[in-house]
Design a protein around this ligand. Sequence first.
Ligand SMILES: [Fe+2]
Length: 425
Amino acid sequence: MKLENAFAMDTSSIKYGPGVTREIGFDMEELGCRRVAVITDSNLKGSSPVGISLEALRQRGIDAVLYDGASVEPTDRSFKAAIEFAVKGRFDGYVAVGGGSAMDTAKAANLYATHPADFMTYVNPPVGKGVPVPGPLKPMIAVPTTAGTGSETTGVAIFDFLEMKAKTGIASRALRPVRGIIDPDNTRTLPRMVAACTGLDQLTHALEALTAIPYNRRPAPEQPKLRPAYQGSNPISHIWASRAIEMISANLVRVVEDPSDDAARGEVLLAATYAGIGFGNGGVHLAHGMSYPVSGMVQGYVPEGYPPGHPLVPHGMAVCLNAPAVFRFTAPANPAVHLYAAGLMGCDVSSAGPEEAGELLAGAVIGLMRRVGMPNGLSAVGFTPQDVDRLVEGTLPQHRVTKLSPRPAGPEELRQLFLDSMTLW
Ligand SMILES: [Fe+2]
């Protein structure tokens, strides 16, 4: 088998600063757009980031049309509705305002309106056909209103495929927004638990990008077009992931305890983007792969601060509940990088030996989880050891990410990892 010997860094252009959403009319005009779809979800349709975006576009004479049908947990059905809107609207540009779901919906709408095809055509295998996107899309600008997904810098759109009850997605560099507008004014009203979950999601993105299998241990693609966006850890993703880990570890507790701490909130939002660049090029692995069935199989759990009657395990919570067991498991593959990560999180690793690497990093993650109010393991969100077989079954199709684990994890290893994630402290 010929191994990979190249890596690429692809990212969106980023504009950061309080109030920069007001420049979006200028930005879209510069991209040559005259008729723009503004895509958001129904919770945000009356919010100031959406209002400011629409106003800024219209002030520059751009025909801006609002679509507020993005689902908070997107499905193939909600993607298809947005695609229909996009096809009918004949837009020459897209603005997504919201969390990962609004951004992912805009990516899908843009893709199928620009390169029409049967829905399964571009969806990741094994669920879909995984056909490479044939060419560039219309320009899209992303305006994140939660700090965490990093979707503004990635070419990935995630959704639930209802028929199979499976989370899957579409991944192509062509889906990447041309610009991310990173405006700390847009995250001021984030509820405490949402801030905690999205912050831990971005922390896990960065830790997984840092610890993923190295790019040069992956098989080489048969042709350059087939080189995946998630390339494995590499010298460029290392830089972005490392800095993101430091920034989140230093600021997340401050943001959760005091949402009016503008400096800390700005750092965490910027760190989400840094982590997005890290994992958008390096990839994520087991904690993300295992999180999808956790979110998909939730029974009655409703997190504090979320509306009653809608059981859910938020994405960031689902990934971090698995993360400590995952890093204990992956540490033997590269103890040095796990120790380095623990050091970035503030642990004293000066006299630590390689055999302590997994425990130290797991301990650092648990320490932060406790300080921001996460539940104590999968059992605290309603899972029991009897659920483990189904959780494993739900993880196996996620091989696009699980194969980036630095240590191979088959059904037996995954079983143990879920059991080890039942109670964390
Ligand atoms: Fe994530």
